[in-house]
Design a protein around this ligand. Structure first.
Ligand code: SF4
Ligand code: SF4
Length: 277
C-alpha cells in the first residue's frame, strides 16, 4: 500500500518546502506559517537553527496536526508531514546576516526608502527590527547616505545537536556552503557526522560557480566517506538557489533557479535536486 511521506514526495517529484529564512526569527510569524503550511501539506518547513525558532515551528506543526485530526480535508497533515529542517552555514553567507543602522543618524526629512523596500517590514523609526530581518540586502543600496550595514552571523551547530537525537526533534538539516569552502564544510560536517544518522534528509545549498559541480562532488565524497562502504543513512538533496532570496524581485528569478537545477541534474550527482530562489 502506498504510504504518503515527504520521502515519497521526493521520489515522485512533488516535494515542496516552506523556507522561513535561515536568519528569520519573528516567532509569531514562524508559528503561524508553520500552522498554515502544515495544513497545506508541505513536505518540509525550513527554519533558523535557533532554539526559540525551532520551538515556535514545532508548536505550529503540532497545533496544525491537532486541527487536522478534526478536518478530513486536511490531506497529508496528520501523517508524517512536514519534516522540520534547520539551516546551518559553513562561512559568511547572505542567508545568515542582519542589516543594521543607527536611526539617530537619519535626517528628519528622509523619505525613508529603506522602509518601503523591506519585504519583511523589518525597518521602523527604531532602526532594523532584528528578529524580522532575514538579510536579503534590498535596503543596503537604497539608503542615500549609505547608513545601512550588515553583520554576519553563524548558526551554532552544537546548540541543535540535542534536537537531532530527540524522538520528536529535527528531521533534516540544510547546509549553506559555496565553492572553495571545502575545509570549512569538512569542519562543520565533523561536528554533525557523529549524530547525522538520525537525520531523514541532508540538503546542500550552494550558489552557482564555474567549479560548482566539482565542488558538490567533493561534498558528496566527504559525506559518503563517513559511512563507506554502507550507503548514506539519509536522503541527500541538492538545493539549487538560482538567485538567493530573490523570489519577489521579478523577472528572471525562476529562470535562474531552473537553469541551475538543470546544470546540477545533468551532473547526475547522487541525490535529489530541489529548486529555490
Ligand atoms: S530589506 Fe532585507 S536586509 Fe534590509 S532590513 Fe529588510 S529584510 Fe533585512
Ligand atoms: S534611507 Fe537611510 S537615511 Fe533614510 S531612513 Fe533609511 S537608513 Fe535612514
Amino acid at each position: 500500500m502506498f504510504y504518503p511521506s515527504p520521502l515519497n514526495s521526493l521520489a515522485r517529484g512533488t516535494w515542496f518546502k516552506l523556507i522561513c529564512g535561515a536568519s528569520f526569527g519573528h516567532l509569531p510569524a514562524i508559528r503561524s506559517l508553520a500552522i498554515a503550511y502544515t495544513l497545506a501539506g508541505a513536505d518540509c518547513i525550513d527554519v533558523a537553527a535557533d532554539l526559540a525558532v525551532i520551538t515556535a515551528a514545532k508548536d505550529g506543526i503540532s497545533t496544525a496536526r491537532k486541527l487536522a485530526q478534526t478536518n478530513a480535508d486536511a490531506g497529508n497533515s496528520c501523517l508524517d508531514f512536514p519534516w522540520l529542517m534547520v539551516s546551518l552555514n559553513d562561512g559568511a553567507d547572505p542567508h545568515f546576516r542582519k542589516a543594521a543602522f543607527d536611526p539617530s543618524q537619519c535626517p528628519a526629512d528622509c523619505p525613508r526608502p529603506c522602509e518601503r523596500i523591506c519585504p519583511a517590514d523589518a525597518i521602523d523609526d527604531r532602526g532594523v527590527v532584528e528578529s524580522r530581518c532575514y538579510g536579503c540586502g534590498r535596503c543596503l543600496p537604497i539608503c542615500p547616505l549609505g547608513l545601512i550595514v550588515t553583520h554576519d552571523r553563524s548558526a551554532t551547530p552544537n546548540s541543535i545537536l540535542p534536537y537531532l537525537t530527540a524522538e520528536d526533534g529535527i528531521d533534516a538539516i540544510e547546509i549553506h556552503t559555496q565553492s572553495g569552502h571545502l575545509d570549512e564544510f569538512r569542519q562543520l560536517w565533523s561536528i554533525l557526522a557523529p549524530v547525522a544518522h538520525h537525520l531523514k534528509l541532508l540538503a546542500i545549498s550552494c550558489p552557482d560557480s564555474d567549479e560548482l559541480i566539482t565542488y558538490l562532488r567533493s561534498i558528496h565524497d566527504t559525506i559518503a566517506a563517513t559511512y563507506h562502504p554502507r550507503p548514506l543513512p539519509f536522503a541527500l538533496l541538492w538545493q539549487t538557489d538560482g538567485r538567493p532570496m530573490s523570489g519577489d524581485i521579478g523577472a528572471g528569478t525562476t529562470h535562474a533557479a531552473i537553469k541551475l537545477g538543470e546544470k546540477v541534474l545533468a551532473a547526475h550527482l547522487p541525490g535529489y535536486v530541489q529548486l529555490a530562489g
